[in-house]
Design a protein around this ligand. Sequence first.
Ligand code: TF8
Length: 338
Amino acid sequence: LMATSLVLLLAGCSGKTAGNQQTSSTGQPQKKIIKVGIGLNEKSPQYKGLEKFKEMVEKGSNGRFEVQLYANSQLGDDVKMMEALRMGTQEMTCPSTAPIAGLSKKFMVFDLPFLFPNEKVADQVLDGPVGQKILDSLTDKGIIGLAYWENGFRQLTNNKREVKTPADLKGLKIRTMENPVHLATFRALGANPTPMPFGELFTAMQQGTIDGQENPLTTIYLQKFYEVQKYVSLTNHFYSPFVFMISKKFWDGLSKEDQELIKKAAKEAGAFQRQYNREQMKQMADNLRKAGMVVTELTPEQMEEFRKATEGVYKQFENEIGKDLIEEVKAEIAKYNK
Ligand code: TF8
């Protein structure tokens, strides 16, 4: 036993150089490992995007990088993984913008209810200068934001009753992401919101500790939420971008060329992921109906009731987010919304 552990110990230590760059006994540089963790499962459009990214980086570097993908919150929830990126113990993750607000309040601008009119406008604003400025606010937190991907427009599910107006939401216990704007929005709608990491959500719905939640239809279907939820209302109340991000500690140890390779792959895989996500989304309402859910489309008047009820949230967070930033994003949206 002693001998075995000694051999393992030696094998573990041999050839270790800077960062996670290792040299084999033959003097050949070993692969640099990039661990990417997400909360969603392998069927998610997000995971498909990561597979593209893996292929691009591994091919583009002639195998100098190995990208390892971990789904299902195996490496922890969004908040924990971002912390690991800052420490340099995990290389990459791709959270929704909402939990990023804990690091940089600027991201909360995207949490404002009924902000983006459609995906096309969201792409243009996120990929433009204001989107970049918000990504850059992560740098001094130890994280490099590489590209926006898409989670999507969020829809409301619950297990109690069909929701057509804010009045129907009264008193329902709704899980939200860990974000103050989301909490305020659901309070304004008369619900009883409670924040929770994604990994605990399914069990909470199953056990009835919450009545409902909100997520894009792809997630509701592909994570099998229809097994524990009966009603879904197409409210489109928030648009959730993802941010594909990398640890600054890891990033700073890379050559300019490798940084370029990774950044380009993150953007290209993101363009693919957005497309794929939108393709998938088209079938999801039908899939959910077939799986037994009641899918409720709202009339323009009912939508307006939701929008009116949450209008005050903009004022409420004006100081925290910054009035200028809110105005800048609104102006960008207006510019592209033609
Ligand atoms: C949520 C988000 C999640 C993602 C993911 C688990 O509800 O929409 O889909 O952030 O990383 O927590």
